[in-house]
Design a protein around this ligand. Sequence first.
Ligand code: ARG
Length: 466
Amino acid sequence: MSEKKTSNQMWGGRFASGPAAIMEAINASIGFDRKLYAQDIRGSLAHAEMLAESGIISKKDQREIARGLNTILSEIEAGTFEFSAKLEDIHMNVEARLAELIGPAAGRLHTARSRNDQVAVDFRLWVKRELERVAGALKGLIAVFLDRAEKHAATVMPGFTHLQTAQPVTFGHHCMAYVEMFARDLSRVRNAITRMDESPLGAAALAGTGFPIDRHRTAAALGFREPTRNSIDSVSDRDFAIEFLSVAAITATHLSRLAEEIVIWSTPQFGFVRLSDSFSTGSSIMPQKKNPDAAELVRAKTGRINGHLIALLTVMKGLPLAYSKDMQEDKEAVFDAAETLDLMIAAMTGMVGDLAVNEAAMREAAGAGYSTATDLADWLVREAGLPFREAHHVTGRAVALAEEKNLPLEKLSLDELKGISPAITADVYSVLSVENSVKSRTSFGGTAPHEVRRQVRYWKKRLARA
Ligand code: ARG
């Protein structure tokens, strides 16, 4: 049996006794939603100012409220504020302290508002700010890739499909593929911000309010484009949190693919890159080892972020309109995803910026596995007028012969090549080298160094405006 407790100071009128300890434990969110303190206070300041401007509370009360709220802000920032689980969440912790500080005027702050619109506005403000940070971090990561791409626009490496050597590409081109991915993430971040840029404050519990409030005013004061249009949706919507997690999950997935490539490239077998000492670890037993732990952890943390997205979708999927307490479970997922994503982007930015690129190893691997076979087939089409299917067949025979002799394609003699197709002339050797192969891929978006440099210029210009 729970011991009797004094009833809650916010709704004590209706209650004879306080909650059971276990009720308090399951109900309280102050352990995590204290993170919203700055947004909560900012929202209350804007709300009180609007209430005074609209003649709903006196200017004198508003000044008292503002003074008290600013004191609370400094107390929390100084670490002297005492959070209490009895007061459930950040909203009631702040309001209770306000009452201690300024007395009865504190009780006027909650006029024409509910915790339902309060938490919605606080959390939106928090997520919006976090997305701005993610945008900045992504721009930093993209800048590192642009720099690498520019330097390595002509560095030949093998391009893969099925992780089998496919055709030679340049490392710069490969870097630009990540620029495209992270730039899409950046645009998703911007889109999400635009969509969530509406203030739910003033929706009150769910139905709006009879007080003559000015929602446009509070929206503007809080930096939102406009107020939300439907009070029921305002308090029951968590799309902004879900979108944050989905943007985070997609970004994390890109980071994870990059992490996987770094893990592969840094093996002694590949040896394409060497991680700097600052972004690798050693082994306690094998002295020769240099492990890509940071890349592996980025890969693994993606699972955590994806899990948070599924968790919140699952929390929301069965909820009738409007607010249900289930929605309190939105925060930890987002907080953890935000912290995790920050760390992942920072680690990757550092790692990619610090990588030593082994051009010789890339060049050597680029020529392995008959990577210029397509160039031979294309040459047969272009110079000897063969239909592509036939050229493909002839090239297949040349590859088989080279394989049999354990030679690269360009080491087959002209006689040997002529034995496969009499149409072949000495000119064919000009396309069999990996350098000529990449140089010839001049189609828009192709891997030719010139085209890679053009892509770099395009993104530099575009991102300067983003
Ligand atoms: N701590 C709550 C949350 O995060 C605040 C809203 C509570 N509203 C309510 N009607 N109980 O969702």
